[in-house]
Design a protein around this ligand. Structure first.
Ligand code: BES
Ligand code: MN
Ligand code: ZN
Length: 499
């Protein structure tokens, strides 16, 4: 789908669908007034009849409206005095409804609606992202007609957003451009996440990284297990030993900043299937553990967005990738392994494997002398219990970095919530036999997991994002969400432009 910004006469434009906003209780948008005039009062008639009331997110499609050039008209409610939530809600409903028509072209006027707390470029970005989101399908593994109905491909090809006047025209273009790059990243992250474990293996992820080297000009290198052994990555290798698929450590670099400038590092958990190992998980919903590489997928996505926007920033992505399976060679509870940092780890639960592969990747990250390192991981079920689906868990010993990430989550509508990393929790990781245990007991599971990672990042400005609750949806609409690519992209865009 190509989204462009251009001013057109909305009453005369020949398009498959015109989308306009209507407010609850009057106060109509300029576009609504124009359409009202051209159609001799169509909107008022529909409101009077009770077909639409302007509540945020309510939507009505009118086929073949008289008096205007568009083949269809979609009216979408934005509420009375829309805030960011109302606007997002309206954008999502409009985009979904639009994709459910067979339109190939559309003109959207929604960005003209003022909404408190979001500026013109944010509105354009949200609208464009909603369109990209609504048109996402994962049909690549289907061979039958099931592609019809709800899963039918969205037919939209050309979408026009009205630019607004003066300075808002440039802002609209900026928003649309950012949205396109972020959507590329989100789409890639969703595709990788949705692929099952038999197809999306560590080697497959490595091959996808090499593909991005060609398509996006990233510098990519992949460490195999021999290299990891040479680096003494004993924690990562101990997880991989229980699997037939060899581990990979994928490194992707975007060089947009000055030569020698300290990079932002993103380290993503790329566990392509987590059965728990010898501490085997229960069978129910175990299929969802194919999503255990979504942290890694979000690093792919953020690098794609950075490359497409040609951000003037150095960014390095590292993805430790492995499976976690039960096997004769797998980790056993009680095993003690030596990490790359030299610290010994007592593995009390083989299902706490994410921190084992991440700790070696984080130690490896140190050699890049990063400006900041952010790891992203589907790390704990405890984080899902604490925060549910709305928020990613954010942990950092650096208040400034934490604030920066929280703000990025807000403006990208991909929110995180900060959790404590107090010293008191650290003692839950004490081990009588090794330097540290890999689990911290029954309570505060998301926090003790973060505490574990903090032991390997004391020399860096570091934050940890636990995306166990946000990376995918379960149930009828199951699938990867692409989160937190929007948050990470915002972070990179801000870092690249704030100098
Ligand atoms: N990948 C899981 C975390 C997870 C579980 C995410 C369920 C989303 C839903 C991770 O490797 C894991 O198994 N963590 C354990 C840690 C425990 C053994 C301390 C968990 O959360 O149960
Ligand atoms: Mn696990
Ligand atoms: Zn896991």
């Amino acid at each position: 789908m190509k989204i462009t910004v251009s001013s057109v006469d909305i009453t005369r434009v020949r398009t498959d669908c015109l989308v306009i906003a209507i407010h609850e209780n009057g106060g109509d948008s300029p576009s609504a007034r124009k359409v009202e005039k051209a159609t001799s009062g169509l909107i008022r008639t529909l409101v009077k009849a009770g077909d639409i009331d302007g509540r945020a997110g309510s939507v009505l499609m009118v086929p073949a409206p008289h008096g205007i050039g568009a083949k269809r008209l979609i009216l979408v409610g934005v509420g009375q005095k829309p805030d960011a939530d109302d606007f997002a809600n309206a954008a999502a409903s409009a985009a979904r409804r639009l994709c459910a028509t067979r339109s190939t072209s559309a003109v959207l006027t929604l960005a003209e609606i003022s909404a408190s707390g979001i500026d013109q470029s944010a509105r354009a970005r949200m609208l464009a992202q909603a369109l990209h989101d609504a048109s996402y399908r994962f049909n690549q593994l289907k061979t039958t007609d099931d592609k019809k109905g709800a899963r039918a491909e969205c037919t939209l090809k050309r979408v026009t957003l009205l630019p607004g006047t003066g300075r808002t025209a440039a802002a609209t273009k900026t928003g649309v451009k950012e949205a396109a790059a972020i959507a590329s990243g989100v789409t890639l992250a969703r595709d990788l996440g949705n692929l099952p474990g038999n197809l999306c293996t560590p080697s497959y992820l490595a091959s996808q990284a090499r593909k991005l080297a060609r398509s996006h000009g990233l510098r990519v290198s992949v460490l195999n297990e021999t290299k990891m052994e040479a680096l003494k990555m004993g924690a990562l290798l101990s997880v991989s030993r229980g699997s037939r698929e060899p581990a990979r450590l994928i490194v992707m670099e975007h060089h947009g900043g000055k030569r020698g400038e300290a990079p932002v590092m993103l380290v993503g958990k790329g566990l392509t299937f987590d059965a728990g190992g010898i501490s085997l998980k229960p069978a129910g919903a175990m299929d969802e553990m194919k999503y255990d590489m979504c942290g890694g997928a979000s690093v792919f996505g953020a690098l794609v967005a950075a490359a497409e926007l040609k951000l003037k920033l150095n960014v390095v992505g590292i993805i430790p990738s492995s499976e976690n399976l039960p096997d004769g060679a797998a980790n056993k509870p009680g095993d003690i392994v030596t990490s790359m940092s030299g610290k010994t780890i007592e593995i009390l639960n083989t299902d706490a494997e994410g921190r084992l592969i991440l700790c070696d990747a984080l130690t490896y990250a140190e050699r890049y002398k990063p400006a900041a390192v952010i790891d992203i991981a589907t790390l704990t079920g405890a984080c899902v219990v604490a925060l549910g689906n709305p928020a990613t868990g954010l942990f950092s010993s650096d208040d400034k970095l934490a604030e920066e990430l929280l703000a990025c989550g807000e403006s990208a509508r991909d929110r995180a919530w900060r959790m404590p990393l107090w010293k008191e929790y650290q003692k839950q990781l004490n081990s009588p036999f090794a330097d540290i245990a890999n689990i911290g007991g029954r309570t505060a599971g998301a926090i003790t997991a973060a505490c574990f990672l903090s032991r390997f990042t004391s020399n860096m400005t570091w934050a940890h994002l636990d995306i166990a609750g946000t990376a995918w949806h379960s149930g009828a609409n199951k699938g990867a969400t692409g989160r937190p690519v929007p948050l990470l992209s915002r972070f990179l865009i801000n870092r690249a432009t704030a100098r």
